[in-house]
Design a protein around this ligand. Structure first.
Ligand SMILES: Nc1ncnc2c1ncn2[C@@H]1O[C@H](COP(=O)(O)OP(=O)(O)O)[C@@H](O)[C@H]1O
Ligand SMILES: [Mg+2]
Length: 339
């Protein structure tokens, strides 16, 4: 897909130290025009620092950042073709929705007609027309979120930077806003860089995911690649649930081989009868958790190992009960090897 896409943003050997803390460590990353990129990683791994360096709010300790081959490493935020939506939104509480959204254009001394036109267009895009004249302090969290987004989008940035914009919203609203963000991205066709610590959010929103840990991007790819082909235990555990077993369980290995294999819970088959997968174990059901659309089984296999298995409810077999003897197994194509 990226073959047809134009390179937009290039981050080369970028590091940032705060005293003794290495917040970002030698990052190399390229972002393509039109992409929706998620930067995913645990709290404190350097996501905000990286985003602020792209936006011009923090200067890198070393390395360079280019947009369309122009070196912007030392350029101030207002001069860059980027715009950032911060974690706390930072709206002007005593100004109306409309005034908040128009503010950036006013500062740029754009003429009144154009300001009006663009403000109305963006207010419609984020569905705030009914609230245009209300002060932002009288808005709900989700509505404030929309204003913050509109205020950044109206500047038509080449790259829109979003720092955990949905973190403060409850789950249902967060899902609704995720759908909205995708719709807006499709509609305006810009390039979004979205920071999150929530793996399901990254998977549902982004075309590309960059997984960060301790200041480094440790894996990059589309959601499927990151989920199905994690290159490290960190990535496999951070994105989804895993079962980890010694390699000796599935193939003959030399004694010193400490390497492991990983199988996702949904890749394991379970039956009271025989199953015809590449790898098969005898097991006993420890626990069954009925979770509505899903069922989770905890199954003991040899040497005190426990497998977590996840099935959709329509696969539910009434004959499998607690303490049932079962066969469990998977195909080699579903097994991930990590050194
Ligand atoms: N202004 C600062 N001064 C000192 N340390 C900082 C500063 N900003 C961030 N850090 C440190 O840098 C690391 C990365 O922080 P941050 O980029 O905010 O992570 P994230 O956004 O992934 O939670 C953390 O250890 C944090 O404490
Ligand atoms: Mg942060």
């Amino acid at each position: 897909m990226n073959l047809e896409k134009k390179s937009l943003l290039k981050i080369t050997n970028v590091s940032k130290n705060f005293g003794d803390t290495v917040a970002v460590k030698n990052i190399n990353y390229e972002i393509f025009s039109g992409d929706f990129v998620a930067i995913l990683g645990p709290s404190g791994c350097g996501k905000t620092t990286l985003l602020k360096m792209i936006g011009g709010f923090i200067e890198p300790s070393s390395g360079s950042i280019e947009i369309e081959n122009l070196d912007i490493t030392k350029m101030g935020p207002e001069k860059r073709p980027t715009n950032m939506v911060f974690q706390g939104y930072g709206l002007f509480p005593h100004m109306t929705v409309k005034q908040n959204i128009a503010y950036g254009l006013k500062i740029q001394k754009i003429n009144k007609n154009e300001i009006n036109e663009r403000t109305n267009e963006i207010i419609n895009l984020v569905k705030l027309s009914d609230l245009a004249d209300r002060n932002t302090e009288k808005l709900s969290g989700g509505q404030q979120q929309r204003v913050a987004l509109a205020r950044a989008l109206i500047m038509r940035p080449k790259v829109l930077l979003l720092d955990e914009p949905l973190a403060a919203l409850d789950l249902k609203l967060r899902h609704a806003m995720q759908d909205e963000l995708r719709r807006i991205h499709n509609q305006i066709g810009g390039t979004f860089v979205f920071v999150t610590h929530d793996q399901s959010e990254a998977l549902s929103l982004a075309d590309r995911i960059a997984v960060m840990n301790e200041g480094e991007i440790i894996q990059e790819g589309d959601g499927e690649e990151i989920y199905l082909k994690p290159k490290s235990f960190f990535v496999s555990n951070f994105i989804g649930e895993t079962n980890t077993l010694p390699r000796s369980f599935v193939e003959s290995t030399i004694d010193e081989d400490n390497s492991k294999i990983i199988v996702r819970p949904e890749a394991i088959k379970i039956s009271k009868d025989s199953i015809n997968t590449d790898i098969v174990f005898e097991g006993v059901i420890n626990e069954i958790y009925f979770l509505g659309s899903n069922i989770k089984y905890e199954v003991s296999i040899k040497d005190n190992h426990t497998l977590n298995i996840s099935k959709t409810s329509d696969d539910f077999d009434m004959n499998i009960k607690k303490l049932s003897k079962v066969k469990v197994g998977w195909n080699l194509s579903n097994q991930i090897s990590i050194q």
